[in-house]
Ligand binder design. Structure first.
Ligand code: ATR
Length: 288
């Protein structure tokens, strides 16, 4: 399947720790092959992101994906940060423009695009969105939703982090445990009416804890669009509960595919077919 690697082959990569689970090499190499691009994408597990950035400059690496734990720490080593990445406080893509390194964030668009596609009128304008979690992924989702005109409520376990993110996006903060208590006591009727969408950005429900969900199932109402960023398993308890309540659901692969597609477009200028990317990832997940 791999084409010839020759002297002109361009190098792209991912930097993270760990990277052994990453599906990005599979997807980007498949797309390079598909579009006949003389490039290869490799995974590098590193300890020091400064050295990673130095290697981009030294080796002339054309573009890099940045993942945990470096997304927030790479800023100072780059030459320019795109506006969205600056607001979110995280870079997940670096583009090398003849030695001038620019940082971008495609997680934000990756979360917002599938959500917009699933909502009525393809728009988040004026929609009420409940975001569960207040970590790095929640920040990307929250800034994306805000940029598109949505109203945000942050539901989080720890108050300080939850309140901080809520205030940064002019949203409200609610305690996750109090919220679940209210839901189980069936006291949510007045409130739930106003929620258009719920997004889980925490790792709750991820393998091996597949019986867990961040919220009580009473929370769901059939008018809602419900999205999870966990893709392992593809159908989390959170999404199963939502589906049972009649909600429209978006699985965790949607964000992965959309952010990867936006990244490939930054790498090559080509908008790749999402369907092909999804099939490639599903084949990998099935074979595991
Ligand atoms: P990431 O960058 O991937 O978003 P993170 O920064 O560690 O990861 O953030 C994880 C988020 O999931 C946090 O908001 C965390 O809640 P706290 O702020 O209270 O730590 C939330 N989270 C993770 N595991 C959780 C659990 N078991 N119960 C409730 N919240 C959890």
């Amino acid at each position: 399947m791999i084409k010839q690697i020759i002297q002109s082959t361009k190098l792209y990569c991912i930097f993270g720790k760990p990277v052994s689970h990453s599906m990005s090499p599979l997807v980007h190499n498949m797309l390079f092959n598909e579009f006949g691009i003389d490039a290869v994408y490799l995974a590098f597990e590193i300890n020091d992101i400064k050295k990673g950035v130095d290697s981009i400059r030294t080796l002339g690496i054309k573009g890099a994906s940045i993942t945990i734990p470096f997304k927030e720490h790479i800023f100072e080593y780059l030459d320019e940060i795109d506006e969205t990445a600056l607001k979110i406080g995280a870079v997940n893509t670096v583009i090398n423009r003849n030695g001038y390194l620019v940082g971008y964030n495609t997680d934000c668009a990756g979360a917002v695009e599938p959500l917009k596609e699933a909502l009525s009128e393809n728009s988040l304008e004026g929609k009420n969105v409940l975001i569960i979690g207040a970590g790095g992924a929640a920040r990307a989702v929250a800034f994306g939703v805000k940029k598109e005109g949505g109203n945000i409520t942050i539901l989080n376990r720890s108050k300080d982090k939850g309140e901080k993110l809520a205030s940064q996006v002019n949203g409200k903060y609610l305690s996750l445990s109090e919220y679940n208590e209210q839901a189980s006591a069936n006291n949510m009727d007045n409130y739930l009416e106003y929620i258009d969408s719920i997004i889980n950005t925490t790792s709750i429900g991820m393998t091996p804890n597949i019986a867990e969900s961040p919220v009580n199932h009473e929370l769901f109402d059939k008018k809602m669009t419900v999205m999870d960023i966990v893709y392992n398993p593809l159908k989390t308890k959170f999404l199963k509960d939502a589906e049972l309540a009649g909600c429209k659901t978006i699985d965790g692969l949607a964000m992965f595919i959309h952010q990867g597609a936006a990244q490939f477009e930054l790498f090559t200028g080509i908008k790749p077919p999402h369907k092909l990317m999804r099939e490639t990832v599903l084949d990998l997940l099935k074979s595991k």
